[in-house]
Design a protein around this ligand. Structure first.
Ligand code: IPD
Length: 258
């Protein structure tokens, strides 16, 4: 088994390979592979996933992969790399800077190391099960906000529960209970903001494993808490992460609309 230091180094290299390819090709951000009602799949999503995978395969040719662009490549390996080459694809395609590349490595359900790289913000977030969370080398710590009425919570508008109607009930519920609710368009970065203590929590009713695998560990290693509230088909979760202090209160607030 490779050391977590080596796994983390590889996760960083792969996230940078994906993110830098996207940044270098920023002018091609509107090259669409497929349009959906509330989403878009870009040529660059696929190219960036290839970059990340190639980086990992050079070091660990026998490991398996699970990524947004192409599903499980399960070859029975003990370690599995979970990749989102561009998280916040819609932001990226519009030219907004809030997008990132996310790479995690897990053994079974346990994430061992993860990296989230936001090239336009020049931010690299890292953590491992035996290492604290960092951003560009600086230690991260979650906020000390202890009540929902002082808390800023990020959320996402789940893509496919009903693609024509945003989950208004959930938003209404969140909005009524917290200081501010934000929808910023990249779940992985939303979680890194929790780890950084700039926001206090994140919730989404149908988020994919590759959006949260690396950043969930980053929240935990910054002193916060991340939980899968419900598993759904196709690697999708009802998911919450907070600074820990408001965790139960946030879950209680959302329970009636889950
Ligand atoms: C999406 C973003 C968004 C979240 C969606 C995700 P993608 O990831 O993280 O914030 O609300 O549920 O699928 O498609 O840009 O990688």
């Amino acid at each position: 088994m490779p050391s977590t230091a080596r796994l983390l180094e590889c996760a960083v290299e792969a996230a940078k390979a994906a993110g830098q390819h996207a940044l270098r090709n920023h002018r091609r951000r509107r090259e669409v592979l497929r349009n959906f009602r509330h989403d878009v799949k870009l040529n660059l999503d696929v190219e960036c996933q290839d970059r990340a995978e190639a980086t990992i395969r050079r070091q660990f040719p026998k490991h398996s992969f699970l990524g947004e662009e192409g599903l499980a490549d399960r070859n029975g390996a003990a370690l599995e790399w979970v990749i989102d080459p561009i998280d916040g694809t819609v932001n990226f395609s519009h030219g907004l800077p809030m997008w990132c590349s996310s790479v995690a490595v897990r053994q079974g359900e346990q994430v061992l190391a993860g990296a989230v790289y936001a090239p336009m913000l020049d931010e690299l977030y890292t953590a491992a099960i035996d290492r604290l969370a960092r951003c560009n080398g600086r230690r991260l710590h979650v906020s000390d906000v202890s009540t929902l009425k002082r808390a800023m919570i990020c959320t996402g508008l789940e893509k496919s529960r009903n693609p024509f109607a945003p989950p208004f009930q959930m938003l209404q519920r969140l909005h009524s209970g917290v200081q501010k609710c934000r929808v910023m368009g990249s779940a992985a970065l939303d979680l890194c903001r929790v780890a950084q203590g700039h926001t206090d929590g994140y919730f989404e009713s149908g988020i994919f494993l590759w959006d949260v695998a690396a950043a969930g560990l980053i929240v935990e290693r910054a002193g916060g808490r991340a939980d899968i509230l419900r598993q759904k088909p196709d690697h999708r979760y009802c998911y919450v992460a907070t600074n820990g202090l408001i965790h139960r209160a946030l879950c209680r607030l959302l329970e009636p609309v889950l």
